[in-house]
Design a protein around this ligand. Structure first.
Ligand code: NDP
Length: 321
């Protein structure tokens, strides 16, 4: 059992955590970054990335994360592989405890544990992920220019994704298991007014249909949630938009969360309700959820942490005089 100490402790190794690490290291804070169970975050399971600025050609998600990781290490971040099982943010230094008993102590803590898209859980969904089935229209919608697409869900995300897809597709169907949406009224009005959108009520996906060979997804088999009747909807893309799970279980009861379990931050900053603890990326952002916005908020978290430490150091120096 070893105790590792740092001025800036970061939990999570997606774009948010690694960007916080790059800025923290360059500010001389010698960050320690603890990688979670899925090092690199959601981009590790993404193939083509076309919307991360700086790359004229299509790049691969895992390659982008590898570059960010190397960059963080080159500027002086210490990367640790561990699964954190316990946190104590009741006093400083903040403490994280790994499953092997190692202790990580930080004068500041940056939480960048991310979020995971929820899936329907069908075998055919798993088999067709990246071959017509996606959980991010903003990321993948562009690949369906001029094609037929379907969105599954009835919340703000589903309605926003359907509206976003109308930029690319002349034929967008939104499939919801009930007969009304939970999305905000204004979004619903925009959706209903759009001539390229069809709404199918009381339907759930029974199966994603594989066209065989290299075809990928070709249709959805739908089940009526009232009558049980089966029907088929031909489509080129299926976007599952039934919500996300922010990875905040560890912090429940320690840091303030909102009603959807995302970490609450002071507007316009990455400050949580615990002074010295900051949150960035998808764990605090249910609106944008992009690699570039996660990276941007990671930068903000590092700057917030650096300023917090500078203010604390100043207070200590004044008290010592
Ligand atoms: P929500 O939990 O609000 O909605 C999930 C939707 O998916 C619901 O309509 C739900 O159906 C449906 N659903 C859940 N599980 C299944 C399933 N197994 N099969 C079929 N349908 C299913 O998630 P969102 O991601 O839409 O939003 C999360 C939070 O983020 C909300 O607070 C939302 O307001 C916020 N948000 C805000 C935005 C904005 O302000 N612009 C943008 C995006 C999100 P049912 O209704 O029947 O439960």
């Amino acid at each position: 059992m070893t105790t590792h100490t740092t001025r800036m402790l970061i939990l999570g190794s997606g774009p948010a955590g690694l960007t916080a690490a790059i800025y923290g290291a360059r500010a001389g804070l010698k960050p320690i970054l603890v990688q979670g169970i899925q090092p690199g975050g959601q981009l590790m399971t993404t193939t083509d990335v076309e919307n991360y600025p700086g790359f004229a050609d299509v790049i691969q998600g895992p390659w982008l994360m590898e570059q960010m990781q190397k960059q963080a290490e080159h500027v002086g971040t210490q990367l640790m592989y561990d699964t954190i099982v316990e946190v104590d943010v009741s006093k400083r230094p903040f403490r994280l405890i790994g499953d092997g008993g190692d202790v990580y102590e930080g004068d500041t803590l940056v939480i960048a544990t991310g979020a995971q898209a929820k899936w329907l859980g069908l075998d055919s969904e798993e088999a067709l992920k990246g071959k017509g089935v996606s959980a991010c229209a903003t990321c993948d919608g562009f690949f369906y220019r001029g094609k037929k697409v379907a969105v599954i869900g009835g919340g703000n995300t589903a309605v926003e994704e359907a509206l976003y897809l109308t930029n690319h597709s002349p034929d967008v169907t939104i499939i919801h298991r009930r007969d009304h949406f939970r999305a905000e009224k204004i979004l619903q009005e925009r959706l209903f007014a759009h001539k390229n959108v069809t709404v199918l009520w009381n339907k759930e996906v029974a199966e994603f249909v594989d066209g065989g060979g290299t075809a990928g997804l070709v249709a959805l088999q739908l089940r009526d949630t009232v009558t049980g009747e089966l029907s088929r909807l031909d489509t080129d893309g299926g976007f599952v938009a039934i919500g996300h799970h922010p990875a905040t279980e560890l912090f429940r009861g320690h840091v303030e969360l909102d009603e959807d379990h995302y970490i609450k931050v002071e507007t316009g900053t990455t400050k949580t309700n615990v002074p010295g603890v900051f949150a960035c990326g998808d764990v605090m952002d249910k609106h944008y959820r992009q690699a570039v916005t996660a990276a941007g908020s990671g930068c903000m978290a590092a700057l917030d942490a650096e300023r917090f430490l500078a203010a604390e150091d100043f207070k200590l120096a004044e008290a010592a005089e």
